[in-house]
Design a protein around this ligand. Structure first.
Ligand code: FAD
Length: 447
């Protein structure tokens, strides 16, 4: 798959090799440092929402699907409040009824019983769908923020790494199929209606906007699958008499090749990898566009030293992102005639739909990372296409005025956390490709 993973990326003036270098050398270490900060470690999410589209018949039986949530008290800066009355975000956190009793550090991953998730079976909720359809257009959101739901809980992402969970089969396939077939503007699919869901050869007949949509989703799919290959369950070790076995995680080259080698994927594998680079570019462009705003956020956790370090790390990373020579050019999208507004609206609705499909994922850890990454991508799309950020960039007078008077719509904490973590995941995937590339060359050189 690496032989074909070179040169032009398509739909932008960038190429794969430029991104490889830029990411692996410049961005990867910086974004890792950013998301390692307390502000970015805690993500508030509702994992108990009913699946609005079909009866949720899925259960992940593996213990590795389980996630650990945190008590409100263990999230820095939340318990004491943000201390800023004009912040619409933090009062909701302060008065959350949803206090958990488990401290964040307690490790319960090893309880085999936890693998059997207690997921309520439910019929599709018409009420929920109606609510989703009635969302306020003026906000320009691309996905639903559920952090204020009563069932929302804090998750310490560092304790719940994205990795192989064993979630697969009809449930996982139904999610991916729904995303591609029902939401990607009903692109022409393979005549057998089986895999691959969409053939890359059909993309050339599609308009730019629809192609961008498909490529973003496919890139996200690649990233998720690269992570499960690079943190694969290699073995389970018994560590004590009474304790259940502990997993050992690491890269699985064979699994990676099965998923991305063109000879095993109807010739599609390297296109799927290129789509990863494409969605990376899209999110990086959003960070650059909202950069002046993101540089001025407080990133409050209650620890002034940590907060200053976080702001420094962000300024440092954004400074490097600004220097990238071939940013994605979103201004070429949604420009053609009367159709443009309708197309943009459709684009947003389809993405919203995908964010709701994440509530149907039958493995909590996959759902957590699926939701976070769709919210991150949705936030990037909002920055690129809602129009709220268009006059914001650089040192424009209007941009500075908006910052001064805070008259622009701010991103919510959860959106910022999702945006940076989602970008960190993509950056990590590109970095993992380098590892697989090296493994492959060692593997083929061996006698
Ligand atoms: P799948 O990945 O299920 O793909 C189905 C079909 O889609 C493939 O046969 C292929 O034709 C096509 N396809 C594959 N990749 C692409 C692409 N990039 N672009 C376009 N088409 C493609 N498993 C874990 O172990 N850990 C996780 O954290 C995890 N998170 C998940 C999150 C979500 C939201 C979902 C839906 C699934 C998640 N999974 C996770 C499951 C994982 O993605 C696979 O579905 C599972 O491993 C089964 O893989 P598969 O080989 O059957 O192909």
């Amino acid at each position: 798959c690496f032989e074909e993973l070179h040169g032009a990326l398509g739909d932008c003036s960038c190429n794969v090799d430029t991104i490889d270098y830029f990411n692996n050398v410049k961005i990867f270490p910086r974004i890792q440092s950013v998301v390692g900060k307390d502000y970015f470690r805690f993500y508030k999410v509702n994992l108990k929402k009913e699946c609005p589209f079909w009866v949720d018949d899925s259960r992940c039986a593996m213990k590795y699907c389980h996630i650990k949530t945190c008590s409100k008290e263990s999230v820095p800066g939340i318990e004491n409040g943000y201390g800023n009355d004009d912040d619409e975000e933090f009062p909701a956190l302060k008065y959350s009824e949803n206090a958990q009793t488990t401290p964040c550090g307690s490790d319960t991953d090893h309880d085999p019983a936890l693998g059997y998730l207690n997921m309520t079976l439910s019929a599709a909720s018409q009420y929920e769908i109606a609510k989703w359809k009635a969302y306020d257009d003026s906000i320009g959101n691309f996905c639903e923020c559920d952090d204020k739901d009563a069932d929302a809980e804090y998750v310490d992402l560092s304790l719940n790494p994205e990795r192989y969970t064993g979630y697969k089969g009809p449930s996982a396939h139904r999610i991916w199929r729904s995303i591609y077939q029902e939401n990607c503007f009903r692109v022409k699919t393979n005549p057998y209606e089986s895999f691959p869901y969409v053939l890359s050869s059909d993309l050339s007949n599609m308009c730019l906007e629809k192609r961008v949509f498909y490529r973003a989703v496919s890139g996200l799919h690649s990233s998720i699958n690269i992570h499960l290959c690079s943190k694969y369950l290699l073995s389970e070790k018994k560590i004590g008499f009474a304790a259940p076995p502990e997993g050992e995680w690491g890269p699985n080259l064979e699994e990676f090749q099965r998923r991305f080698d063109p000879s095993k994927t109807f010739g599609e594998g390297s296109n799927w990898l290129k789509n990863l680079y494409f969605v990376y570019l899209l999110e990086m462009r959003a960070l650059a566009k909202a950069g002046p705003y993101l540089e001025r956020e407080d990133y409050f956790t209650g620890n002034p030293v940590e907060d200053e370090e976080t702001r420094d790390a962000i300024r440092n990373m954004l400074g490097v992102i600004y220097t990238f020579p071939d940013h994605f050019n979103e201004s070429s999208m949604f420009t053609v005639g009367n159709q443009a507004i309708k197309l943009k609206q459709e684009f947003r609705e389809h993405f919203w739909n995908i964010s709701r499909i994440m509530d149907c994922v039958g493995c909590d850890k996959c759902k957590l990372w699926g939701k976070l990454q769709t919210q991150g991508l949705g936030t990037a799309l909002k920055i690129l296409f809602s129009g709220q950020w268009d006059s914001f960039e650089g040192d424009s007078d209007q941009g500075r005025l908006m910052l001064k008077h805070k008259s622009h719509k701010r991103l919510q904490r959860t959106e910022i956390v999702a945006l940076f973590n989602a970008f960190a995941r993509l950056s990590n995937s590109i970095r993992e490709l380098e590892n697989f590339r090296n493994m492959l060359s060692t593997h083929t050189e061996a006698p």
